[in-house]
Design a protein around this ligand. Structure first.
Ligand code: KIV
Ligand code: ZN
Length: 522
């Protein structure tokens, strides 16, 4: 791990990223092993201190994904999550054991509401489970973290006891989760101070916090905890996470950095990677970043014409507290490419944007770039992001879209004709009607592929301004309780919509045994 050794550890706040675990538990997010690895590599470059790569006992697929990350990502400590039961601890060790620095993160609820209604146990039984599972983890791994889940709705005395026993059993980090986002900053800071006063062996462990955003307070709570002495913060890129999400990595890190005068601590994060990692996570999870999102939103460094702009031209600091370059946003405006730009120019711009693209991947992106430039003339950085997102989401195509033709209008029944090329080059064609051209296309595609699924989300965003902009479509489909995300961009939003559905369906199909990839209409 590349560390800033110039600061004593007590002045460093460790950043524990849980995008691949809590973030992946966001409704609708489904990452495959390759995507998880790509995000883990980007987090390593971002120089977070810990990557919580998954919850190995939750599925064999997650165990494999964590294990691959543990073997491949050597510059950052890799953690896995485990409930306080033997099978989980064993599976977690199996997954993280090849990491350069493995960590087992054991959790168990400490609130009565969870103990009585979820675990159906009593407090003494829960204490025993927690300390014995920390001890089991410790036999495998020197680095063990323990979390009393729902700590902020627990009786404080009971939390102190649980932490004392878990530290005694070998936990070297104790993490205080505000699981349901219930805490208020001042109160949460006091809780962290009380823990330091009431847990006699607390000097043997790092205090960590893990805050959820149900009341919009996760970042404020995390920072209040840092002020009170917490030295690890658990975060997710873009604030992903269960329900309303977790504290956003970029917000916590940039608050600590921008107000170092106030917090008196620092992190080891290379902030110039923040924008790139944010885009990557958004692309791969299919979770868009709201334009007014702090630090990484599209408007975060934009100003309406008028007084602020005059000020900024004279001196940036008049209206900006962060230099956009510090989060890796290229300053000096968006560079525009066009159909005369060559492969070299494209590569140079991609390099500047932080994309490492060479060889065949660059060839494919260059072809897509030329195609787009023919259609819309000027290509800016956001168009390039969309092209790369599409390239990276490309997967083995069981079926590919060969033809899409729609007719629609205020006097017409929307009708779509779709031709797909399927396994062994067979073509299938059908026509369907619907409430609009997208609905008609989706009906035709589903009729041809014939795999039961439900469309649970459809969103379209304009990549840039202007009537010639690309439309970027994200869809989520569900089949057999699993979610598949598809994304595609095109200057024609009906085409983008059809390609996004095909992307999601191909993801679904590649998970199925070949013989079950049904031909509804052979
Ligand atoms: O929110 C929570 O309590 C968690 C724990 C597993 C740390 O995610
Ligand atoms: Zn959580």
């Amino acid at each position: 791990m590349t560390e800033d050794k110039s600061l004593p550890a007590s002045e460093r706040v460790l950043i524990f990223d849980t995008t691949l675990r809590d973030g992946e538990q966001s409704p609708g997010v489904a990452l495959n092993a390759e995507e998880k690895l790509e995000i883990a590599r980007a987090l390593e470059k971002l120089r977070v201190d810990f990557i919580e790569a998954g919850f190995p006992a939750s599925s064999p697929g997650d165990l494999d994904a964590v294990s691959v990350i543990a073997r491949e990502v050597r510059g950052t400590a890799i953690a896995g999550l485990a409930r306080a039961v033997p099978g989980d601890v064993d599976a977690c060790w199996e997954a993280v054991r090849h990491a350069a620095q493995p960590r087992i993160h054991v959790f168990l609820s400490s609130s009565d509401i969870h103990i009585l209604h979820q675990l159906e146990k009593d407090r003494e039984q829960v204490l025993e489970m927690a300390s014995s599972m920390v001890a089991r983890a410790k036999k495998y791994c020197p680095d063990v973290e323990f979390s009393p889940m729902d700590a902020t709705r627990s009786e404080p005395e009971y939390v102190y006891r649980m932490l004392t026993e878990c530290i005694e059993a070998g936990a070297t980090t104790v993490n205080i989760p505000d699981t349901v986002g219930y805490a208020i900053p001042e109160e949460f800071g006091d809780f962290i101070r009380q823990i330091q006063e009431n847990v006699p062996n607390i000097d043997k462990a790092v205090i960590s916090v893990h805050c959820h955003t149900d009341l919009g307070l996760s970042v404020a709570n995390s920072l209040a905890a840092v002020r009170a002495g917490a030295r690890q913060v658990e975060v997710c890129v873009n604030g992903l996470g269960e329900r309303a999400g977790n504290a956003a990595l970029e917000e916590v890190v940039m608050a600590i950095r921008t107000r170092e005068d106030f917090f008196g601590v620092t992190t080891n994060v290379d902030t110039t990677q923040i924008y790139r990692v944010s885009r990557l996570v958004s692309q791969l999870t299919g979770m868009p970043v709201q334009p007014n999102k702090a630090i990484v939103g599209a408007n975060a460094f934009r100003h309406q014409p008028g007084v602020p702009q005059q000020g900024i031209v004279k001196l940036r600091e008049t209206y900006e507290i962060i230099d956009a370059r510090d989060i890796g946003l290229p300053r000096g405006g968006v560079l525009v490419l066009n159909k005369n730009s060559g492969r070299h120019g494209l590569k140079a711009r991609l390099d500047e944007l932080g994309y490492e693209i060479t060889g065949e991947e660059l060839d494919r992106i260059f072809v897509a770039f030329k195609d787009l430039a023919d259609k819309k003339g000027e290509i800016d950085d956001r168009d390039l992001d969309a092209l790369i997102s599409e390239e990276r989401r490309a997967i083995e195509e069981v079926y590919s879209l060969d033809l899409l033709q729609v007719s629609c209008g205020n006097q017409l029944v929307p009708t779509a004709t779709v031709r797909l090329v399927g396994p062994e080059g067979k073509t299938l064609e059908t026509t369907a009607t619907g409430t609009g051209p997208v609905d008609a296309s989706y009906k035709a595609i589903n009729a041809l592929i014939g795999v039961p699924n439900q469309l649970v989300e459809y969103a379209v965003n304009s990549v840039t301004e202007g009537i010639d902009a690309q439309g970027e479509v994200t869809v989520r489909i569900e089949a057999d309780g699993r979610t598949f995300v598809g994304r595609a961009a095109d200057t024609d939003i009906v085409v983008a919509s059809a390609k996004a559905l095909m992307n999601a369906l191909n993801r679904l199909l590649t998970q199925m045994p070949r013989e079950e990839r049904v031909w509804a209409n052979p």
